[in-house]
Design a protein around this ligand. Structure first.
Ligand code: C2E
Ligand code: CA
Ligand code: CA
Length: 698
């Protein structure tokens, strides 16, 4: 309160009013005193002169005390005359007068007065007794006597001052009150706008509504202040609004950053990082609550092929379509995430029984059997699913994911569109896989690989081809089939060195092999899609063709249709090169991979190798015979050579020859054999041909 301007103002006004009225009052009294003294002096002087004049006649004659007394008694009228002394010409006191008002002056004795009249100046003088004046009675030069008149001064002055004081004080008070009222009124006028401005700013502070405006009227400083406050509020408001907008934008950006960081942009599904975070939390929760939880790993079969043959845009649309379809089979709490590429993971919390996960897997597999229609293509895909349970992994996240991965690979080995629930035995199998992968590294150095060749007989009965097939005999694991170790070599990135070893070995054998048959011989080598990623592979081939003086026309490369289509661009490049040099290409295991045949017109091949599945089933089902016949027709119409694999019986051989298969390969004629045993096998195979119906006709 004491700090407020109001208080200070009031105090200042009161003090200044009091000081100014006090000083005016003081000056007035002072002036009054001066005036009073002057008038009293004049009166006293005149009166003293009068008395002196009146006493002149009395004293010039024989002094008559009575007439002096009479003269002096007249002074009773002047209440403030204290006393009068009358002297003769020689300053001897001859008479004195004391006013009755002062008779009570204790022991008044005119002789004892401290005034020495002969020393007084001619004018009225202030002395201890009061105002004193001394007058000469008679002529100055011939005085007849002297007179001393003393008048009381202080008492009447005080009385006069008092009376002035008491008469003036009500007026002064009135003036002070009036002044205060006026100043209070001015204060009201001055401070009212300031107070309302203060009230206004308090309101702004409490409501934080910066849209409020102070109503300004007038042009004084307070109005100016009000105007400035309004401007300030306007600026603050604008600033707050831009800040709000910026904050909103920031939050939006933060959200989208968070979304970008946690979600896959293509499918909108959680990404790997986010999924792992969710999984970690869910694992901890499930373990605490004694619940089980499952994850499913899957990738889209043949996705790479779709990407390569139909373009990335179609591939992206396929992934989106697969994601939304798979999502439709999940329960509300299940989480589908895209790990990258065509790999997906599903989290199934609250797993009451394994059957739940199996049911979901079945629904997904069945659901994806219907082809997707994308960019007017009918795309047939499928998924291989690996299922793992948290309890089997003892709630360890890495083991959990790895188990699902192992189960997915098991599904892939089973063939498309299947699921596998992880079980502990798989770890054993996986351990063998890891062991094989480790052993491959040294197998080449230790010369553990061997090549067996399998004959291909033409429909005319000549041995026209040999397929090189790898054999591996390991000290620890014994004989390991290529069907087992090739996929492991592919997964562990070791197939490239195996292929190089194979190429070199076969080229080295070429000279001997060619001499075994009379006809032009084509030796085929199986290559994997991984070999195509190695850009120097083609140079390696050229170098070795040169080194071993091999004619590339005698060399054929075999690649499965799935490998080809999943690496469409690089395969096309590589095979183009080989064909331009004069070599040939065979599409292996034809009929097992893709239902769409449209790609056949786009690829660089010379030979179709019909998978042994069609050859073997040919007797058992009429339908399969139709398929086999169709493939043979199709191959011919496309101008391709046809080689049938897995020919095990004379009956199959007869059928194939009569239906236009150009070459046959299978146990009926010969099993894959080491080079040394080939001459004998060739002879035997030709004999077997002779025994055929066609052979007899030749
Ligand atoms: P593939 O290329 O389809 O080879 C033919 C497979 O069928 C060979 O199995 C062969 O022994 C077998 N086979 C031949 N005739 C018959 C028959 O009448 N009946 C039956 N049931 N089977 C027959 P193999 O040698 O075990 O090879 C398996 C697969 O391993 C090959 O299939 C091929 O994909 C792969 N492979 C073998 N050697 C190599 C290689 O050097 N490099 C690559 N990348 N893969 C190879
Ligand atoms: Ca082959
Ligand atoms: Ca084959």
């Amino acid at each position: 309160m004491f700090h407020s301007i109001r208080y200070k103002f009031v105090i200042t006004i009161i003090i200044s009013i009091l000081i100014s009225s006090g000083s005016v009052f003081f000056l007035a009294i002072n002036e009054h005193e001066n005036l009073y003294r002057k008038s009293v002096e004049q009166n006293l002087d005149a009166m003293a002169s009068n008395i002196a004049d009146n006493l002149l006649s009395t004293l010039s004659e024989e002094p008559d005390p009575f007439s002096i007394i009479t003269e002096l008694i007249g002074l009773d009228r002047y209440e403030h005359i204290k006393f009068v002394n009358v002297f003769d010409a020689d300053w001897n006191l001859i008479h004195y007068y004391v006013h009755p008002n002062y008779l009570n002056l204790e022991n008044f004795s005119p002789e004892l007065t401290s005034i020495s009249p002969q020393d007084l100046p001619p004018d009225v003088t202030i002395t201890d007794e009061g105002l004193a004046v001394s007058k000469t009675i008679g002529e100055e030069k011939f005085p007849v006597g002297h007179l001393l008149v003393v008048q009381d001064y202080q008492r009447p002055l005080n009385e006069s001052k008092n009376s002035l004081f008491f008469s003036a004080i009500p007026l002064v008070m009135l003036v002070v009150v009036l002044a205060m009222m006026i100043s209070f009124w001015i204060y009201q006028r001055l401070f009212e706008p300031l107070l309302s401005l203060t009230k206004f700013t308090k309101k702004v502070e409490s409501t934080t509504d910066y849209d409020l405006k102070y109503r300004v009227s007038g042009n004084d400083e307070v109005s100016e202040l009000g105007r400035n406050i309004n401007k300030l509020l306007g600026t603050i408001n604008a600033e707050i609004k831009t800040n709000q907008l910026n904050t909103e934008k920031l939050i939006e950006q933060q959200n989208s950053m968070q979304h970008l960081a946690n979600y896959d942009t293509l499918t909108g599904l959680p990404n790997r990082m986010f999924f792992m975070e969710l999984l970690r939390l869910e694992l901890a929760r499930s373990q605490r609550e004694n619940e089980d939880l499952a994850i499913m790993f899957f990738d889209v079969d043949g996705f790479k092929g779709v990407n390569d043959t139909l373009g990335h845009e179609t591939g992206d649309l396929l992934l989106k379509a697969v994601a939304s379809k798979v999502k439709s089979f999940l329960r509300p709490g299940d989480i589908l995430a895209r790990l990258g590429g065509d790999e997906f993971l599903i989290m199934i919390p609250n797993l009451s029984s394994s059957l739940l996960a199996v049911n979901i897997a079945n629904r997904i597999i069945e659901g994806l059997m219907t082809p997707f229609e994308i960019n007017s293509w009918d795309i047939q895909t499928g998924v291989s699913i690996g299922i793992a349970k948290a309890t089997d992994a003892e709630f360890d996240i890495n083991t959990f994911i790895s188990n699902a991965d192992i189960a997915m690979y098991a599904s892939k080995e089973k063939g498309k569109g299947s699921y596998t629930v992880f079980h502990k035995k798989m770890l054993e199998e996986n351990r063998r896989k890891v062991q094989i992968a480790n052993l491959i590294t040294n197998a080449i150095a230790k010369n553990e690989f061997e090549i067996h060749y399998q004959l291909k007989i033409s429909s005319k009965g000549f041995v026209t081809g040999l397929e090189a097939l790898l054999r591996w005999n390991n000290d620890e694991l014994g004989s390991i089939s290529p069907g087992e170790f090739i996929p492991i070599a592919e997964q562990s990135g070791k197939v490239k060195s195996i292929t190089r070893w194979l190429v070199e070995r076969v080229f080295k054998d070429m000279n001997v092999l060619e001499k075994m048959v009379e006809q032009n011989l084509v030796v085929s080598l199986n290559i994997s899609s991984h070999d195509l990623q190695d850009r120097s592979f083609i140079h390696f081939i050229k170098k070795n063709l040169n080194l071993y003086q091999v004619n590339i026309q005698n060399i054929q490369f075999e690649m499965t249709e799935s490998s080809y289509l999943e690496n469409f661009d690089s395969a096309n490049d590589f095979f183009n090169n080989i064909r331009q040099m004069g070599g040939s290409i065979a599409l292996d295991d034809f009929g097992t991979g893709y239902s769409s045949l449209s790609y056949l017109t786009k690829i660089q091949i010379d030979t179709l190798k019909i998978d042994r599945m069609f050859v073997m089933q040919h007797d058992s089902s009429g339908k399969d015979t139709v398929v086999l016949q169709t493939i043979l027709d199709l191959g011919h119409r496309l101008g391709l050579q046809i080689c049938s694999e897995g020919v095990e019986t004379a009956e199959q051989a007869n059928y194939l020859i009569s239906n236009g298969s150009d070459e046959m390969q299978g146990y009926y004629f010969a099993k894959p054999l080491p080079l040394a045993k080939l001459p004998e096998a060739i002879e035997k195979a030709q004999k077997l041909y002779q025994e055929l119906y066609y052979g007899q006709r030749q």
